[in-house]
Design a protein around this ligand. Structure first.
Ligand code: ASP
Length: 330
C-alpha cells in the first residue's frame, strides 16, 4: 500500500471560516423510494478501502473457490492486520497517546449478524476475534481487557503490537505535540472490505488501530456497526475510513446503504454521505472521510472529502483495479 507520509497536527477544535463547497456531482434532490431489483450476479466481487492488493487477492482466493463472502472479507483484512508496514491496522499500528496499540474491528454477515471488538490490546487479528464474538456469544461487542481475555480463551496468541518504528514515531510525537491529538488528512489506512460471493450474499469487515495518538479509551467509527460498516443483503454494503468522529455523528455506512435502498447508486450514496458531514462541520477542510459501497447488483462507488483516497476492486481473475475516489471540490 502506498504510504501517506503527511500527518497534519492540529487540535480537534481547529477554528476557521470555510467558504461554501462546490460538490462535484452530489445529488441533493429527494428521490422516490425505488428498491433495487437485483439482476443475476454473474461473478463475485471484492472491494476494499485503499490500495491493498494483498488483501483483495487473499479475499479473491476464497471467492474463486466458491467460499463465502464472510470468509473472504475476514481472510482479506487479516493480511493488513498482520502487515507491520501498515501503521493504521493491527500489528505495527500507531499507538494511542500513552503508547498503547489498541485495535477496533467489526464484521457483518449476509443475515445481519455482527460482531465487534473495541480497544483491544495484544491480539493481532481483531477481525477474527470480532467474528468469534458474533458466532460464539449472544453479544455483538466486547471491549478492552474483556475482549482480550475472550480472545485468549478462544486460542488467539498474545503479541506485542508496538513495533520499534511505531514506538520511535510516537516518542517523536510526544516531544513535539504537547498531547494535542493528530488529525490525519491523508494518513487514513483503516481497512474496510465488502464482498459478494457466488451465491450473491454480501458480507463486510472493518479493522483499524484508530486515530494515531488518540486519547486512551477513544473509539472511532470502525468497530461501530452502522458507522464504519453496514451490510444489508437485500441492498448492498458500505464501509468507511477517515475521521471516525464525523462518521459516527452521521451513522455513515448505514446512511449509504439506506440511500441505496431509496434508489441511489453506490456512487451517489457515498457522495450524499460525505455531503452530510460537510454540512454539519464547518471545519471539514481539516478532516478526511472516505466511503466505499457496493450494491446487490455488484455496482460500486467511492467518494471522499480530500484527494488521496483510493479503493481497490477485484472482480475477475487478472482484472483488478485501483480507483482514485472522486472528491469534494472546495
Ligand atoms: N476511521 C478510523 C478511526 O476513526 C481511522 C482511520 O480511518 O484512519 O478510528
Amino acid at each position: 500500500m502506498k504510504r501517506r507520509k503527511f500527518l497534519k497536527k492540529s487540535s480537534l477544535s481547529t477554528a476557521g471560516i470555510i467558504s461554501a463547497p462546490i460538490l462535484t456531482s452530489c445529488k441533493t434532490d429527494s428521490k422516490a423510494e425505488v428498491p433495487i431489483t437485483p439482476t443475476t450476479i454473474t461473478k463475485p466481487i471484492v472491494i476494499a478501502t485503499w490500495n491493498v492488493p494483498n488483501s483483495t487477492a487473499e479475499a479473491w482466493k476464497v471467492l474463486e473457490k466458491n467460499g463465502s463472502a464472510l470468509d473472504a472479507v475476514e481472510a482479506g483484512v487479516k493480511m493488513e492486520e498482520a502487515d507491520v508496514n501498515n501503521q493504521s491496522v493491527g500489528k505495527g499500528g500507531r499507538p494511542d497517546r500513552d503508547g498503547n496499540v489498541t485495535l477496533d474491528a467489526c464484521i457483518m454477515d449476509q443475515n445481519g449478524n455482527c460482531g465487534a471488538v473495541v480497544y483491544m490490546q495484544n491480539v493481532t487479528h481483531a477481525v477474527s476475534v470480532a467474528r468469534k464474538v458474533m458466532e460464539d456469544t449472544p453479544h455483538v461487542m466486547l471491549a478492552g481487557k474483556s475482549a482480550e481475555k475472550f480472545a485468549y480463551e478462544k486460542g488467539f496468541p498474545k503479541e506485542n503490537l508496538l513495533t520499534e518504528k511505531s514506538k520511535a514515531e510516537w516518542l517523536e510525537w510526544k516531544k513535539e505535540s504537547k498531547y494535542a491529538p493528530v488529525i490525519n488528512i491523508e494518513n487514513h489506512d483503516t481497512i474496510g472490505m465488502l464482498a459478494i460471493d457466488e451465491k450473491g450474499d454480501i458480507s463486510g469487515a472493518c479493522t483499524t488501530s484508530g486515530m494515531a495518538y488518540k486519547m486512551a479509551g477513544r473509539i472511532g467509527d470502525s468497530p461501530i456497526i452502522g458507522s464504519g460498516l453496514f451490510v444489508d443483503n437485500e441492498i448492498g454494503g458500505a464501509t468507511a475510513t477517515g475521521q471516525g468522529e464525523e462518521i459516527v455523528k452521521t451513522v455513515g455506512s448505514f446512511l449509504v446503504v439506506e440511500l441505496m435502498r431509496q434508489g441511489r447508486s453506490p456512487q451517489e450514496a457515498c457522495e450524499e454521505a460525505v455531503n452530510r458531514i460537510i454540512k454539519n462541520d464547518p471545519n471539514f477542510k481539516d478532516i478526511q472521510v472516505g466511503y466505499i459501497a457496493v450494491n446487490k447488483n455488484g455496482e460500486t462507488g467511492g467518494y471522499c472529502i480530500h484527494p488521496g483516497f483510493s479503493y481497490r476492486i477485484f472482480s475477475e481473475k487478472g482484472h483488478e483495479n485501483n480507483i482514485s475516489a472522486s472528491y469534494l471540490k472546495v
